[in-house]
Design a protein around this ligand. Structure first.
Ligand SMILES: C[S@@+](CC[C@H](N)C(=O)[O-])C[C@H]1O[C@@H](n2cnc3c(N)ncnc32)[C@H](O)[C@@H]1O
Length: 372
């Protein structure tokens, strides 16, 4: 059985177009954040090294990471690394394998060993298990094997935010939520429950000068954290000579916003839920907070509402109450379930009812014009 597997792995290595893989690797290199050996040493203990400065009135810790090159983890800010003349000899690869299920006839270690050997023969790359710059990963799943070329050194969620709260959202999740809002040129996007500002920051960094982002929170320490994160990015931007971020933070109550009707294009927010944010802290019942904020947000928003929450009951209560009050404010589009720190949470997408009618009318008009 093991012999068969060896042969199969050899066949697989033969089938792969290694010069094409090389091309992908070379194109990707300028975008890979190079880990310094200093960072490697500190990465394991980065959580321990975080400086807990003070506790704010939300119970959030004002944390600043002390990792030396954490600032350069700002992935989405384009950086010129200057690695254009790469050659085949520059590749130092390692191969690892993961098993899904336990029915495979060889261990992951042996699988990586055999496949690595075949890559060495076929692609003529140098291998280096410790100082590698090219990482191949095999996934053994049932009877199939998939080969991946890893394009990043570490998770993309390590970017932009350096001052954390206990509920800071990962930039990767923020990015997904912002995509749900279908942001277009010139849009104004609001996060009315900003916390440490990760959603607005991710939006401003990704959209650059094509949209404007506003982050607000009810509590002063949260707004201060947002400002600290922005200051950090501003310094980095100045250093890299990039355009300033279209981003502003302020202190506001999401249930009573000082904005005109329909003045915000989309609202993208992470609603409070779970044990970390208690109702006592907020001074209100969670269900009522959901209802009041969804109602107020529908007043100021023109197009889309993207809300992340784990609290299905409060969400259902708020939607039911809005409907029972005869208010046709939000049109539910879908809810996508995601993994957020080990728990399943929902990302709810709503469309403003008036915007839906406007789009439908426009669609019908276009259809008529085409038919005519
Ligand atoms: C789940 S946290 C948001 C975390 C944020 N996405 C981040 O990455 O840090 C919810 C936030 O809502 C804020 N909040 C609660 N009630 C509010 C209200 N009535 N108006 C504005 N913000 C409120 C809390 O201060 C808290 O920071």
């Amino acid at each position: 059985m093991k012999k068969k597997m060896r042969v199969a792995l050899g066949e697989l290595a033969k089938k792969i177009n290694w010069s094409y893989v090389e091309k992908i690797w070379m194109q990707n290199q300028p975008y890979v954040r190079q880990r310094s050996s200093k960072h490697k040493k500190s990465s394991k203990s980065s959580a321990k090294k975080a400086i807990f400065k003070e506790v704010d009135e939300n119970g959030d810790f004002m944390v600043e990471k002390s990792s030396p090159d954490f600032a350069s983890a700002t992935f989405s800010l384009e950086r010129e690394v200057g690695m254009n003349n790469l050659k085949n000899e520059d590749i130092r690869f390692r191969c690892s394998a993961n098993r899904v299920g336990k029915k495979q006839c060889i261990t992951s270690c042996l699988c990586a060993n055999i496949f690595g050997g075949h890559v060495f023969d076929k692609a003529k790359w140098q291998f280096n298990l410790t100082e590698f710059n090219c990482h191949l990963m095999l996934f053994m799943m049932g009877k199939s094997i998939q080969v991946y070329l890893l394009l990043t050194n570490e998770s993309l969620h390590r970017r932009n935010v350096v001052h954390f709260g206990i509920t800071t959202l990962r930039p990767t999740i923020c990015h997904g939520m912002l995509r749900e809002a279908q942001i277009s040129l010139g849009d104004i996007v609001l996060d009315p429950m900003a916390g440490s500002g990760s959603l607005s920051i991710e939006g401003a960094v990704s959209c650059q000068d094509r949209a404007f982002f506003i982050g607000t929170d009810l509590f002063a320490p949260a707004v201060r954290k947002c400002e600290l994160n922005k200051d950090h990015l501003d310094k980095l931007i100045e250093k890299l000579n990039l355009k300033r971020l279209n981003l502003n933070f302020g202190m506001m109550d999401a249930t009573d916003l000082p904005f005109r009707d329909n003045s915000i294009d989309s609202v993208v927010t992470d609603l409070p839920f779970g044990k970390r944010i208690k109702e006592v802290m907020l001074g209100t019942n969670m269900r009522e907070l959901y209802f009041k904020s969804l109602k107020e947000l529908s007043r100021v928003t023109r197009k889309w509402g993207v809300f992340l929450s784990c609290d299905k009951n409060s969400m259902k209560y708020a939607i039911d109450k809005l409907c029972s009050d005869g208010l046709k404010l939000w049109r539910f589009i879908h809810c996508r379930m995601i993994n957020h720190g080990g728990s399943r949470v929902g990302i709810y997408l709503f469309q403003k009812y008036d915007y839906f009618l406007q789009c439908a009318e426009e669609h019908n008009r276009n259809k008529e014009n085409i038919e005519a």
